[in-house]
Design a protein around this ligand. Structure first.
Ligand code: R5P
Length: 265
């Protein structure tokens, strides 16, 4: 791996722990003003101090993050579909590599839709993006998007992660599932998990703990942080699990403490 690629990756996966807490706030690219992200600027700036990187689109990056802010950017570069359109899987590449370079991003992120009618296009998009990234030393995060009809099990998610890695992705994001360690074992590049739909804080912290225990290098979590009643408490708790190995119970106590302080003030 060349120097630039290695340097960018080490801004995301922290060399001292080998782990990462990515904050995903890219949901608007197909969901529009998602709950919790209606006005992204405030919530993003509140959470940045605890995030290892931000995953978002160039539009929200320009509008809501100061260029002087020292936070690695994982730029969402796939899209072209919406929640009200005909096929979410029909994504294309939405950002030219020279703009990604101008934005000084640390990685590029693109979704693949294995098993969908647009499987081939999205996989070829990934290959093309990896080629573009290789030219300039920019790593690619492949997001294994899952259609409603697909089972989120180790067999299917393992297939998606392995294909992403085979096509050259440097990092893969997927969902936690039973036998997750098999997914990680069969994927030759680091794996992070998405949080998925908002669930109880305790359950979300258990999810993060289980994923790291089973081999994930961390999380790329969104809704379970920014839709929480105490987003700062949640990201602090997740960070302690990922980087310090705290149990979900210990991390929940951190979340509760921050929430209590917030209510007092
Ligand atoms: C998909 O909409 C995006 O890639 C999200 O960044 C991803 O799903 C992670 O966010 P969440 O934890 O809310 O699932």
């Amino acid at each position: 791996m060349d120097w630039g690629m290695k340097n960018r990756l080490s801004r995301i996966i922290k060399p001292d722990t080998g782990k990462t807490v990515m904050l995903a706030v890219d949901h608007g690219y197909f969901l529009g003003p998602t709950s919790g992200l209606e006005e992204p600027t405030g919530i993003i700036s509140e959470l940045i101090p605890w995030a290892d990187s931000l995953m978002l689109t160039r539009g929200v990056l320009r509008a809501s993050v100061k260029a002087e802010q020292d936070i690695p950017i994982v730029l969402r570069v796939s899209g072209g579909t919406s929640i009200v359109g005909n096929s979410l899987a029909n994504e294309g590449i939405t950002v030219a590599i020279d703009d990604a370079l101008r934005l000084n991003v640390s990685a590029l992120a693109l979704s693949i839709f294995v098993g969908s009618e647009h499987e081939k296009e999205t996989l070829l998009n990934l290959s093309k993006l990896v080629d573009e990234g290789q030219k300039f030393g920019i790593p690619v995060l492949a997001v294994t998007a899952v259609g409603r009809e697909m089972a989120r099990d180790a067999r299917y998610l393992g297939l998606c992660c392995r294909i992403a890695a085979e096509l050259g992705a440097h990092l893969v994001k997927t969902y936690y599932c039973d036998n997750f360690e098999e997914v990680v074992k069969a994927c030759p590049v680091p794996v992070v998990i998405a949080g998925g739909k908002k669930i109880e804080e305790k359950a979300a912290l258990e999810l993060a703990y289980n994923a790291v225990r089973d081999g994930a290098v961390g999380v790329d979590m969104g809704r379970n942080i920014f839709q929480s009643d105490c987003p700062v408490g949640m990201i602090k708790a997740v960070k302690q699990i990922v980087h310090q190995g705290l149990s979900a119970k210990e991390a929940l106590a951190i979340y509760n403490d921050v929430k209590k302080d917030k209510l007092k003030s």
